[in-house]
Design a protein around this ligand. Structure first.
Ligand SMILES: *Cc1c(COP(=O)(O)O)cnc(C)c1O
Length: 233
């Protein structure tokens, strides 16, 4: 049985609404991002046609090609690890960069945004689990990084992003989502100028419903929309 991209999106949207209502949240406070790494243009076009208005990309090069082809009917967000030497392209391409995890990168993004006359929206990516293979600032260093980035006038912090470890049982991801929300509240409480803490980007195909229960405002979904990716991307 082959289910279409649109059917998948409709089902996920229903799940989002249902989950939000069950936990007393307003469904319109949760946005669905389609994560399109390795996805071919036809299926991505199908998602946009189905009304997806936020697309997540992991690679600058791949995003550049797709944006040129698909246009800007949707917002394009960078969610993958960003090399500092790609900052220049990233600020041109993306509406938001969700993977800011170090001062050096933020400084370069700020410099490049200034040159473009753009205020770049960003999220701070946090490595909640401390896994060596994951990007993201460690939870101990988050506040310092936020304070430093807040001083950069051409960047606008909108919130936090994380990728928890993989679990077979999505319930096991819950503590990571809950901790990210606590961290967001703690930072918001400090009322640092130029720091907004509205967005919590967390939850993927396997665990987005748990993430919504813990406060996600953006869920990033790839496989449940587009099907399994080839093993080697
Ligand atoms: C690939 C990816 C996703 C989507 O994961 P799925 O399991 O396909 O839903 C979300 N966030 C990031 C950062 C990713 O790299």
């Amino acid at each position: 049985m082959h289910s279409t991209v649109r059917t998948n999106i409709d089902r996920i949207r229903e799940n989002i609404v249902e989950t939000a209502i069950k936990c007393g949240r307003n469904p319109s406070d949760i946005r669905l991002m389609a994560v399109s790494k390795t996805v071919d243009d036809d299926r991505l076009a199908e998602a946009i046609k189905a009304g997806v208005d936020m697309i997540g990309e992991n690679y600058v090069q791949e995003a550049k090609r797709k944006i040129e082809k698909m246009g800007r009917n949707a917002e394009w967000h960078m969610i993958g690890h960003l090399q500092t030497n790609k900052a220049k392209y990233a600020v041109r391409l993306f509406d938001m960069i969700q993977s800011v995890d170090r001062r050096e990168l933020a400084i370069e993004l700020d410099r490049r945004s200034f040159a473009l006359g753009k205020i770049m929206k960003i999220l701070i990516e946090i490595n909640m689990s401390g896994e060596k293979t994951k990007s993201g600032v460690s939870r101990n260093d988050v506040i310092t990084l936020v304070q430093e980035v807040a001083l950069l006038k051409n960047l606008s912090i909108q919130g936090l992003m994380t990728v928890p470890p993989w679990f077979d049982d999505p319930q096991e991801a819950r503590p990571y989502f809950a901790s990210l929300r606590e961290l967001k509240d703690k930072i918001a409480h400090k009322r640092i100028p130029n720091v907004g803490m509205k967005e919590l980007s967390m939850g993927m195909s396997a665990d987005y419903q748990v993430a919504i229960e813990e406060g996600a405002t953006i869920v990033r979904i790839g496989r449940s929309i587009f099907g399994e990716r080839p093993l080697k991307a």
